[in-house]
Ligand binder design. Sequence first.
Ligand SMILES: Cc1cc2nc3c(=O)[nH]c(=O)nc-3n(C[C@H](O)[C@H](O)[C@H](O)COP(=O)(O)O)c2cc1C
Length: 567
Amino acid sequence: MHSLVTKRRIINNSMTLTCLCLTHSLAQTHKTPHFTTFSCNPLFHIFSVSNPIPYPIKSMFFSVIFAFLCRILFQGILRPRIQPFSTNFRSAPTPSSLPQSMANFDADSVTYLTQPEAAEIDETLMGPLGFSVDQLMELAGLSVAASISEVYKSSEYNRVLTICGPGNNGGDGLVAARHLHHFGYKPFVCYPKRTPKALYAGLVTQLEALSIPFLSVEELPTDLSNDFDILIDAMFGFSFHGSPRPPFDDLIQRLVSLHSHNQIGQKRSVIVSVDIPSGWHVEEGDIDVTGIKPDMLVSLTAPKLGAKKFGGPHHFLGGRFVPPAIAEKYKLILPPYPGTSMCVRIGKPPQVDISALRENYISPEFLEDQVEADPINQFRKWFDDALAAGLKEPNAMALSTVGKDGKPSSRMVLLKGLENDGFVWYTNYESRKGHELSENPRAALLFYWDGLNRQVRVEGPVQKVSDEESEQYFHSRPRGSQIGAIVSKQSTVVPGRHVLYREYKELEQKYADGSLIPKPKNWGGYRLTPQLFEFWQGQKSRLHDRLQYTPHEINGQRQWKVERLAP
Ligand SMILES: Cc1cc2nc3c(=O)[nH]c(=O)nc-3n(C[C@H](O)[C@H](O)[C@H](O)COP(=O)(O)O)c2cc1C
């Protein structure tokens, strides 16, 4: 990160004294006196015990007095510049202004930091809040890599050049390069002014151990777009002042010049700046509008004022480590991070032309001689792959039905079983799909597993599952879902949410004693017996694999025939 480590050391050293003292509780626990560390940091009172060493009690008594005086002195006179926080961080209140979910988050309300605020927050993180520079750098670099992988898929943007400066911003870049390697990218690093500190040397060693090439400035091609898909600008962070010196002035110019290439229609590499584009003023941005124009900016901890001038399509926030005490003190309004993500988009995603959305799929070939003879087994294999890939709700499927009016309709449902060679889902028998299935008991299912570039189509006749099966499944659901199924007269018009809520509350009270909630008669499962499967896997240049299974009678035996369809 961007804090000045030396500053941190001065603060800590000035506030912490190691003294000999004997605490009351320690004296009770240990029969002999002990050396004890007493921190005079007014924000923390740390007592730790080392090996017992005999020592004259009298001398220790004076030590206690001395330590006590030190503490008063530091608290009363040399109060540190940083205001004390609650040491009970877990119970520190979340400001009411902080959004709890992305849904109610107003993108225009994001807090932008001045340079001194950003510096003070870093000092606080690395001082009283107990972070080390290594930790913050690791999380910052990971956030940068995560943001890149959100937008620029490694299948299309594989070759990444990280240009690292001599300071913490450069360290963030080194860490990002390592994570990008593990995410499937091919990183290169240009690190012309190496910092002779163990932290940076360690980061270099880690990259070398992954055989990530280090390129000198002289080795870089004149036109970076020829050799790289992504250029990470990790030269200077928010603590940088003045004009960039060689070789960074030239490197910055090379990034600037890429835009003129773009204007004449050539494909160019995308530029990702870490925290603040190098050469920009931290608070005023690209003052004379001649600086780098990144496509992506990854602000760390919170965006700096200069980031308001960022005009590219992808502004992300990273550095998911801000504790509530800091958010409270600086009245930070930041978007909530979704799930387990290390980054979150700030502002609106760019407006895109839907017709231009195009993914170049790269998957292993899917060949006839590799597939299972039984499509159910093939389906199970792919379903297991989707599970192993950690895809969200791989059992979600689009169900299409057609009533007697001949008008098709689709909706998502969840696959709940694959028994007796049939695909089972549960729903309300009086819903629209229920009516359509009673009129025309045939359906089509569609699974799409993004990330694996796969879809599966399944078609066939549909029957209700036995009442026992439905009963069993109904009672396996959470009680809230059971009540919800009673309340919802699915697909009928309701005057408002309050009606559903009122009925839900009434039933919740009725069954508050834990008694059995009866399954509504109109709720249950359907089973589709497949008569056609198609396994689709995306491939380069639209030459996708499509293997279709249809049943055939051979010598009185039902078998599946596999045929390739044109993509
Ligand atoms: C991911 C997902 C899973 C769903 N799973 C089910 C389900 O298993 N059963 C169900 O009745 N509705 C499910 N729904 C809601 C349906 O899509 C649909 O709104 C509802 O069944 C009414 O459809 P209909 O009016 O066409 O009958 C799901 C919706 C989504 C987005």
